[in-house]
Design a protein around this ligand. Structure first.
Ligand SMILES: [Zn+2]
Length: 737
């Protein structure tokens, strides 16, 4: 079978003569334009719409730069990311062993795109990819090749003519530093965006071995992924330190040459991401969420979730959401194009949650061009609506906490099942309830970061330090409310089980020494208040249910404070086969299924079971009802934005200078939970209510999508707007006087 490399070898000679050169253009490239107004200090917040062209090796001389520059202009793109170097250089590099595209000849595709973009007033950053090297470098610098656990040098998994590089040694620290310096010196780019810069899994090379021994006091690199292994823990910390050292090195070298530029790592994410998001939030002047499209079971709100996870530690810094036009599945059809509606749904949900759109195309010689008008139209809308998309702050008053340490040290290899699926369950429930909400990082639980929220949700945030627990206690003492599930605070920050919950006092329970896993056929009775026969707000809507299904994992707890009654009580597991035995004599117990307390000014709801994780797995609407009732009870007031109507709508509320924008993204679609969507289905009409801030009045209300004028009314400090059916999204912009 011919490999792609064979094909390239065979066709190389032909490509050499088919090069199309525009002499004037090439001439201009050799004399890059002087810096433009776009390249100012703190330019990072300026770009609203990004475009990325990720070159492939045979693009030089064969792609049409004018086509792309014209397209960028029509899209009103104001920043671009263009491939420059690393694995393949797309400019005439002089760094030894920096592999030049074999199609480069006397071309400089990076330089010509940079010049063209600058002439259009765009910011330009250079993309590098240091994760793979060619044979000539491997021969000269075998010490730069990553080494497998068995001691063998590591071939590239997708292209066996290449070698995987070690991210933590001389290749990145020396060679890629030289490449970075060369690019910034020659082109004065606004930043270097490095892809796959942090390694491709564990490396056992001599350099890594020596550096780790030095750091760890003589230990060999661990052979286990068990997060409770003390050497493994040291490895995780060493690797992270080493990568942040690399980040600072590149950033320092870049700023020495161009103080208005920075290293912009392709890094970051939620609980499952590996580098500390708080450090990233401090280091990065702007960041790009590289979650390019849906795959597997994934709702479109996942793009909004990216935005919220990044914003938790980046605050007001600009965050772009990288969107691929291609199908993003395990089989990596990188040259593909997905359906237009799927692309714009992903983009719209990101924008609703304050991501600046960024579209990437791999291969500058587009084959399937169906995506081009779709992105152009969406970017055009974004450009026209820009005034109401330059957000200053989220007005959400509810937040879900996420915890990288819980994923790393409590979740380990099962972090998706034990940690992330809890968060996804609560996320889905809040989207269904149209509650505007943010996400909060568990290392930022101080007043400055959490006091703007009335409710914090802790979806099985199992691993919390004493200090973090104290911050949550203080938050509740200041009037904040908590909703927590399952093993929240039952482990310390290193994933070691505590004797009791760190938040035992707030929950009003203590740990009773046992956790049941994989419980089948268990239920929860809906209980009335024995004093007056009323139902608690927690079970509103379930008054006629008598009982609902239980979760699957259950922590045994003992109440430590007097509780009049629990709105939910346990019906223990009983046989589910044979059918004749499917009954229980234990129809009623006193075992609470939820603990509901008022603590000073705050309110606390604690579920000892995995209601959120079970919701994500089975999506029982009863669980969703209870979870959202818990948030509503804890919130104890009216939300800054309410959206009523049928269907599934992802909502948000953002403040700009002198205005607010309420976003509604239409998720009512048979392909909501697993894409791609086949078509967008018109959303039913909605009614929104937005709280008017004290001292303000409504000056103007407009739709950013629908061309008609909204019908709005003002009463009792609230502006109410009828939103007619919409296809993809609607945004209601309200100017204050
Ligand atoms: Zn190594």
């Amino acid at each position: 079978m011919n490999t792609r490399r064979d094909f390239l070898r065979q066709s190389g000679a032909v490509a050499g003569v088919s090069v199309i050169a525009d002499a004037a253009f090439a001439q201009a490239v050799r004399h890059p334009a002087a810096p433009t107004a776009a390249q100012t200090k703190d330019w990072y917040d300026r770009p609203m719409r990004w475009m990325q062209l990720a070159f492939v090796e045979d693009d030089p001389g064969q792609y049409d730069p004018k086509f792309w520059l014209d397209y960028f202009r029509r899209c009103h793109a104001d920043a671009a990311c263009i491939s420059a170097g690393g694995c393949v250089a797309f400019y005439p590099t002089k760094v030894p062993f920096h592999y030049r595209s074999k199609f480069l000849a006397d071309h400089d595709p990076f330089g010509e795109m940079l010049k063209g973009c600058r002439d259009q007033g765009m910011n330009v950053i250079a993309r590098t990819d240091p994760h793979a090297m060619h044979q000539d470098m491997a021969d000269a610098h075998p010490e730069w090749i990553a080494v497998q656990a068995d001691g063998a040098p590591r071939r590239h998994w997708a292209d066996p003519t290449l070698w995987v590089t070690c991210a933590l040694g001389g290749y990145n620290f020396n060679f890629m530093t030289d490449v970075t310096i060369e690019i910034v010196k020659n082109y004065k780019v606004d930043g270097i965006f490095s892809n796959r810069w942090s390694g491709s899994g564990m490396c056992y090379c001599r350099s890594c071995q020596a550096l780790f021994r030095d750091y760890s006091g003589g230990h060999d690199l661990p052979r286990t992924t068990n997060p409770l292994d003390p050497v493994r823990r040291q490895y995780v910390l060493w690797r992270e330190n080493r990568l942040f050292d690399l980040w600072r090195l590149w950033d320092t070298e870049i700023r020495k040459i161009n103080p208005d530029a920075a290293f912009l790592a392709n890094s970051g994410g939620g609980a499952l991401s590996d580098l500390d998001m708080v450090s990233i939030g401090n280091l990065a002047p702007t960041l790009f969420a590289d979650r390019q499209a849906r795959h597997g079971v994934m709702p479109p709100w996942s793009n909004g979730k990216n935005a919220k996870e990044y914003a938790a530690t980046l605050g007001n810094k600009a965050i772009a959401g990288i969107t691929s036009v291609g199908v993003e599945e395990a089989y990596r059809w990188k040259d593909s194009v997905q359906s237009g509606d799927e692309i714009r749904l992903w983009l719209a949900d990101g924008v609703a949650h304050n991501l600046r759109p960024w579209v990437v195309k791999f291969n500058a010689k587009p084959i399937d061009k169906r995506w081009l008008p779709v992105v152009e139209k969406f970017y055009g809308w974004h450009y026209r609506s820009q005034k109401y998309l330059r957000n200053e702050k989220s007005l959400a008053e509810v937040a879900i906490v996420y915890s990288q340490q819980t994923a790393a040290y409590y979740g380990g290899d099962q972090a998706t099942a034990k940690v992330e699926n809890h968060a996804l369950g609560y996320y889905q429930a809040l989207v269904e309830a149209r509650v505007p909400f943010d996400m909060v990082h568990d290392q930022l639980l101080d007043a400055e970061h959490v006091d703007r929220y009335r409710v914090l949700i802790l979806p099985n945030i199992a691993a919390l330090s004493d200090r973090q627990c104290q911050k949550l206690v203080d938050y509740v003492a200041r009037g904040g409310s908590l909703v927590a599930t399952h093993e929240t605070s039952l482990y310390d920050e290193w994933g070691q089980r505590r004797k009791d919950f760190g938040l035992a006092g707030l929950f009003g329970v203590s740990y009773d020494g046992k956790v049941d896993a994989q419980v089948h056929n268990s239920y929860l009775n809906i209980e009335k208040d024995p004093r007056d026969g009323s139902y608690h707000a927690l079970v509103r809507g379930l008054e006629n249910a008598t009982r609902i299904i239980n979760g699957v994992n259950w922590v045994h707890v003992k109440p430590t404070t007097a509780q009049r009654y629990s709105p939910l009580t346990l019906v223990p597991q009983y046989p589910d086969l044979p059918m004749e035995e499917v009954y229980t004599t234990s129809v009623h117990t006193d075992t609470p299924g939820v603990f509901v307390r008022e603590s000073g000014e705050g309110r606390v709801v604690y579920f000892p079971f995995d209601i959120d994780r079970t919701f994500w797995e089975v999506l029982s609407n009863d669980h969703g009802t209870v979870m959202n009732n818990a948030v509503a009870w804890a919130f104890n007031g009216s939300q800054p934005l309410t959206v009523t109507g049928r269907g599934m709508v992802d909502v948000s509320l953002w403040a700009q200078k002198g205005s607010v924008t309420a976003h509604l993204v239409n998720l009512t679609n048979p392909m909501t939970m697993k894409g791609p969507v086949r078509e967008l289905v018109l959303s039913p009409p909605q009614k929104i209510r937005v709280r008017i801030p004290k001292g303000k009045s409504v000056k103007d209300v407009k739709f950013l999508v629908n061309p008609t004028l909204p019908k709005s009314t003002v009463a009792n400090g609230v502006v109410e707007v009828d939103v007619p059916p919409f296809e993809l999204n609607e945004a209601v912009a309200i100017d204050w006087a």
